[in-house]
Ligand binder design. Structure first.
Ligand code: UD1
Length: 432
């Protein structure tokens, strides 16, 4: 692959930033917002809560005077995991919320006990039924700092409690210990501080929030999507090439970049660009463990596994966060990858090349890689966003043609992956 690509704003930053807009009195302008399914669903939820949304190119303007209801549209909420962030924001703004259990990619059981435990620690009253969560909250003035503890650094639970405590009785202080340190958490706090919030410590494992009585509008550019950045770095390493990625924060991908360098990729960085040149890959054995930031991201596990499947050496990937994150592996094995699964570990013996085999019957939402005149090749099934992207990388590196079904999963996080890859010279088409 050869050329230049520009990375969009981060989906996982924009989801909580959009819900945080529910706490603002006024207008928020968000820049670099990609047109992806998850963000569209979130904007639909906000519109249902009384926000006025206006999109022009990649800028979205969200106007909120006061949310008109505390009940969230059930159908939209069930589509995305990010709908759970509405809880903290609406509790802070209206003192009440009613929502269904959140949906999202089926990568694991995805409980919300950590979210609810933190909210209970500040005095939120929560009732759950088989389908719905109802909660109410009346913050009271406190004379001393309330210390909250999180048993595992859940990204979502951290983002929810930050929102629930940002707006409230001015001067109440909450010290939240054991929080997640992901760049998206820092981004949410930067956004809220720009709206008048008082939050310190983001990016460390203790965040302190001093509640304010009101937040004002702002103009904000979220961080670039580090997962999509990493995905393209892996794709170039897997297929070879010379690519410049613009609008990136290289520091957010250090863990991955160091691994790609061990495989022989030459990567140089400036403030907001990454230049990767990948030729022949070096033999290497990896022991990769997915972990909260700054550990290796679970959202890059499947893409990196494809690379290891194509690299001489024996490697093990341990998936520590989501139990269903190996569902793409049987698809990779169809292409000749030598991988065995033992519980949450994938043992990979790298092969020289992957090879497509013909299979019939295509599903309507599909990509074909490379783009042939007739419909042949191995049919691969995407089962979630990142697993689907991994199959695209595998297909690009495979000898022969592959068709990826259920490609709509990929649209949850990529505005147009086919166009991006075509721009870099990849042989890929979207099927109607
Ligand atoms: C976020 C990201 C997702 C990423 C994940 C881990 C968004 C919208 N999604 O998901 O892309 O893969 O971080 O980096 O930002 N857990 C519990 N109870 C809870 C909450 C979480 O047991 O109440 C567990 C989860 O099952 C998982 C682990 O904690 O094993 C991490 O989950 P969490 O950090 O909360 O991920 P999400 O916020 O769902």
């Amino acid at each position: 692959m050869y050329g230049t690509i520009t990375i969009d704003g981060a989906k996982n930053s924009l989801l909580p930033i959009m819900t945080a807009c529910l706490m603002v009195n006024g207008s928020v302008r968000l820049r670099h917002v990609p047109q992806i399914t998850d963000l569209r669903q979130m904007l639909h939820i906000l519109a249902g809560l009384g926000c006025h949304i206006h999109r022009q190119s990649d800028t979205v303007k969200i106007d909120v005077q006061r949310p008109t209801t505390h009940q969230i549209d059930a159908t939209a909420a069930r589509q995305i995991r990010g709908s759970i962030f509405v809880m903290g924001a609406l509790l802070a703004r209206l003192g009440a919320v009613k929502l269904p259990y959140p949906g999202g990619c089926s990568i694991g059981s995805r409980p919300i006990d950590l979210h609810l435990n933190l909210l209970r620690q500040i005095g939120v009253k929560i009732k759950t039924s088989a389908t719905t969560i109802t909660a109410t909250y009346t913050p009271k003035p406190k004379r001393r700092t309330t210390v909250l503890t999180l048993d595992f650094p859940s990204v979502g639970a951290t983002e929810n409690i930050i929102q629930a405590t940002t707006l409230g009785c001015a001067g109440n202080t909450y010290q939240i210990i054991g929080v997640a340190k992901e760049p998206e958490i820092v981004d949410l706090c930067n956004f809220l501080n720009q709206c008048g919030a008082q939050i310190t410590g983001a990016g460390t494992d203790t965040i302190t929030v001093t509640s304010v009585a009101q937040l004002h509008g702002t103009d904000y550019t979220p961080i670039p999507d580090r997962i999509n950045t990493g995905t393209y770095l892996i794709a170039v390493t897997a297929t070879g090439g010379d690519v410049i990625l613009r609008n990136v924060v290289p520091a957010h991908n250090v863990n991955l970049i160091n691994k790609l360098k061990l495989l022989g990729a030459k990567i140089t960085t400036s403030t907001d660009t990454l230049h990767i040149i990948a030729k022949r890959r070096r033999h290497h054995n990896f022991m990769v463990h997915t972990a909260p930031y700054p550990g290796f991201p679970t959202d890059l596990q499947s893409q990196f596994c494809v690379l290891l499947a194509l690299t001489h050496g024996r490697s093990t990937i341990t998936e520590n966060l989501f139990e269903n994150r190996f569902r793409y592996l049987p698809e990779l094995i169809k292409l000749g990858a030598k991988i065995t699964i033992q519980g949450n570990q994938a043992h990979i013996c790298g092969v020289t090349e992957l090879q497509a085999q013909p299979t019939p019957n295509l599903c309507p939402s599909a990509y074909r890689v490379p783009a042939p005149a007739v419909c042949t090749g191995t049919k691969l099934n995407a089962t979630d966003l990142r697993g689907g992207v991994a199959l695209v990388i595998a297909a690009l590196a495979t000898k022969g043609t592959c068709t990826i079904d259920h490609a709509d999963y990929i649209a949850r996080g990529h505005q147009d992956i086919v166009k991006d890859l075509q721009q870099l010279g990849a042989n890929i088409v979207a099927l109607p």
